[in-house]
Ligand binder design. Structure first.
Ligand code: HEC
Length: 205
C-alpha cells in the first residue's frame, strides 16, 4: 500500500512539473518562432521521416493514375501551371532558389531531386493535399485532378530536362497561348504580371 501511495505521489509531482514547464514555455512565449531557428537534428530528422512516410502511406489510397499522362498539350499546360503556381518556391530545372524560397523553413524541396525519390502518386498526393505547417499549399481545392496529375508528371521529367529544354517548353507554351487559370476565380497570372510591370518600377534582390 505504501508503495502504491509513493508511486502515486511521484506521478502527480511529475505531472505538476511538466504542467509548470509547459506553462513557462506557452504563457511566457519561450519558443523561437523565427524562420532562422533550427530544431535539434534528431527532431528535424524525425519530423522529416514522419512526413515522408505519411505521404507514402496516403498515396497508396489514391485512385489509379489516368492513362493519357503523355499528352503533349497537358505537358505545356503543366509548364504554364508550374510557372504560375510553383516556381516562386520550387525552382525549375537549372534554376536557383528564389528569395521567397530562401526565406522559408522548412525549405521547399528541390523537385528534380524529389523526382528521383518519390513515386508519381506521392508527387500527386503532395501537390493535391499539401503539407501543413510547412508552407506547401494543397492545390486540390482550386484545381482538378487532371491538372494535378499533369503537374506531378512534369516533375517526374525534371531529372531528364536541362535548363534549356525547360526554357524551350516554356516558350512553346507561351507561343501556343497556354496560360494558367484558376477555375473558381478565373485569375490570369499573366495579366497580373503585366499590370505589375506597367509602371516600370522593378524590385531587385
Ligand atoms: C509557398 C511556397 C510553395 C509553393 C508555392 C509550392 N510549394 Fe511545394 N513545397 C513547399 C515546401 C516548403 C515544401 C517542403 C515541405 C517539407 O519539407 O515538409 C514543399 C514540398 C513539395 C513536394 C514534396 C517533395 C518531396 O521531397 O517529397 C512536392 C511534390 C511539391 N512541393 C510540389 C509543389 C507543386 C507541384 C507546386 C505548385 C503547384 C508547389 N509545390 C508549390 C513550398 C511550396
Amino acid at each position: 500500500m505504501t508503495f502504491l501511495k509513493h508511486a502515486l505521489i511521484t506521478v502527480l509531482l511529475a505531472a505538476l512539473v511538466a504542467l509548470a514547464a509547459g506553462a513557462w514555455i506557452i504563457i511566457g512565449g519561450r519558443f523561437d518562432v523565427a524562420v532562422s531557428a533550427q530544431l535539434p537534428e534528431p527532431v528535424h530528422e524525425a519530423i522529416h521521416q514522419t512526413r515522408v512516410n505519411a505521404v507514402r502511406r496516403k498515396a497508396r489510397d489514391i485512385p489509379a493514375r489516368p492513362a493519357d499522362l503523355d499528352d503533349p498539350a497537358a505537358l505545356l499546360e503543366a509548364v504554364a501551371g508550374f510557372d504560375a503556381m510553383c516556381a516562386d518556391c520550387h525552382h525549375a530545372p537549372g534554376g536557383a532558389p528564389s528569395a521567397l524560397a530562401r526565406g522559408l523553413n522548412p525549405k521547399p524541396a528541390d523537385l528534380t531531386e524529389a523526382a528521383g525519390k518519390r513515386s508519381l502518386e506521392e508527387l500527386f498526393w503532395v501537390t493535391k493535399y499539401g503539407i501543413r505547417m510547412s508552407g506547401m499549399p494543397g492545390w486540390g481545392k482550386t484545381h482538378d485532378d487532371a491538372e494535378l496529375w499533369a503537374l506531378a508528371t512534369l516533375i517526374t521529367r525534371f531529372p531528364q530536362l536541362s535548363a534549356d529544354a525547360y526554357e524551350q517548353l516554356r516558350s512553346e507554351a507561351s507561343e501556343a497561348g497556354v496560360t494558367h487559370h484558376h477555375h473558381d476565380q478565373e485569375i490570369d497570372h499573366e495579366d497580373d504580371h503585366e499590370d505589375n510591370h506597367e509602371d516600370n518600377r522593378e524590385h531587385h534582390h
